[in-house]
Design a protein around this ligand. Structure first.
Ligand code: GLA
Length: 395
């Protein structure tokens, strides 16, 4: 190899580390409470059920999460999104859950979820009202944090509707401080849709922050979000993650191949993996996607780097790469076009030299050693996901 190629390869090897170190806020500028050291995994009611939430639904989902293999694959949080709350108590100001839909209250429901070996989450809004018009947490930050802690809440998603005139970094910091004084460890999910450049301030405030508007169950929506989220990689790391929104896998608007691409790209981007489908009745194909442990291991890799696009042979053909703790690379060969295509990854472009072991994470198959490059034919609207190099597998 020429001296120039060696230098290029060496630079490509250290570049991810330099990038993460130089552009991410210093460790001192990140929440360091030991939570969310890898991207949170769980389920949230919104994408499939909207306002149609209830105690029975949440219990059924917790049962299904434990029985379907989701829990064993790493999913933990069962999160109720908007519409569980109806009012504030006129005497105390405490938030009041919908007693028709949640007849036994939130403490009993949290106990049920905990009894399945899972964790319990709720939604609120940093403004005056939630997006569905329910009471928000504005001016009730300490009271709400204490109430959630009493109920046994482990995760709170905090939205940004009806927040006119409120300063986002300051208001979310107030909620962070209220949580810190609540007496309970609670993962803090900031949801202001990327409107106030949260990647610049949220690492010191929350454990995850939405970077875009809402996902919908369509290929075009998923791809648009990927494009918005990808340049924010330097902000992500253990304890704080860019959140390109919850998963749509299994909700019916995309093909299984498209859902595999969606799941692969979320894993490459070290995104929180929050399923949004009906776990009680999912197809085998959906379950296999959501529980693919080799892809989940990429998402949950302890190095905590968010991957990025390293090359684009044509605008609709992309190579994505996420550096891994063992020195290997996760690679997604991403075909956004309407026809099958061959996509190659040059090892110099991912900072590797010499022959490397290649494994296909959807075929669950070793592809032997490759020297310098490897390629695959990728179906339309699909991803081939590989693990290249790194430590020898312990299989
Ligand atoms: C906003 C959020 C969604 C969901 C709804 C609930 O749109 O971005 O994820 O929480 O509100 O009303």
């Amino acid at each position: 190899m020429s001296a120039r190629r060696v230098a290029t390869a060496a630079l490509a090897t250290v570049l991810p580390v330099l990038l993460v170190a130089a552009l991410a806020p210093g460790r001192a500028g990140r929440l360091a409470d030991g939570q969310a050291l890898t991207p949170p995994m769980g389920w949230n009611s919104w994408n499939k059920f909207g306002c149609n939430v209830s105690e029975d639904l949440v219990k059924g989902i917790a049962d299904a999460m434990a029985a379907s293999g989701m829990k064993d694959a790493g999913y933990q949080y069962v999160v109720i999104d908007d519409c569980w709350q109806v009012a504030r108590d006129s005497a105390t100001g405490r938030i009041v859950p919908d007693s028709t839909r949640f007849p036994h209250g939130m403490r009993a429901l949290a106990d049920y979820v905990h009894g399945r070996g899972l964790k319990f989450g709720l939604y609120t809004d940093a403004g005056r009202r939630t997006c569905e018009g329910r009471p928000g947490t504005y001016e009730h930050e300490d009271m709400d944090a204490r109430t959630w802690a009493e109920w046994g809440v482990d995760y709170v998603k905090v939205d940004w509707c009806h927040s006119e005139g409120i300063n986002a970094p300051a208001q979310y910091a107030k909620i962070r401080d209220a949580l810190a004084h609540s007496g309970r460890q609670i993962v803090f999910s900031i949801c202001e849709w990327g409107s106030n450049r949260p990647w610049e301030w949220a690492p010191e405030t929350g454990h995850l922050w939405r970077t875009t508007g809402d996902i919908s169950d369509r290929w075009s929506s998923m791809v648009r979000i990927v494009d918005l989220n990808q340049s924010l990689a330097p902000a992500a790391g253990p304890g704080g993650w860019n959140d390109p929104d919850m998963l749509e896998v299994g909700n019916g608007g995309m093909t299984d191949g498209e859902y595999r691409a969606h799941f692969s790209l979320w894993a490459i981007m070290a995104a929180p993996l929050i399923a949004g489908n009906d776990l009680r009745s999912m197809s085998d194909a959906t379950r296999e996607i959501l529980t693919n442990r080799e892809v989940i291991a990429v998402d949950q890799d302890s190095l905590g780097a968010q991957g990025w696009m390293v090359s684009q042979p044509r605008p609709s053909l992309q190579v994505w790469m996420k550096p891994l703790k063992d020195g290997g690379r996760a690679v997604a060969l991403f075909n956004r076009s309407d026809a099958p295509a061959d996509i190659a990854v040059e090892f110099t472009a991912i900072g590797l030299r010499g022959p490397q072991r290649v494994r296909d994470l959807w075929a669950h198959a070793d592809r032997g050693m490759a020297a310098g490059r490897t390629s695959a034919t990728v179906a339309s609207h699909a991803v081939v996901m590989l693990r290249i190099g790194g430590a020898a597998p312990r299989r």
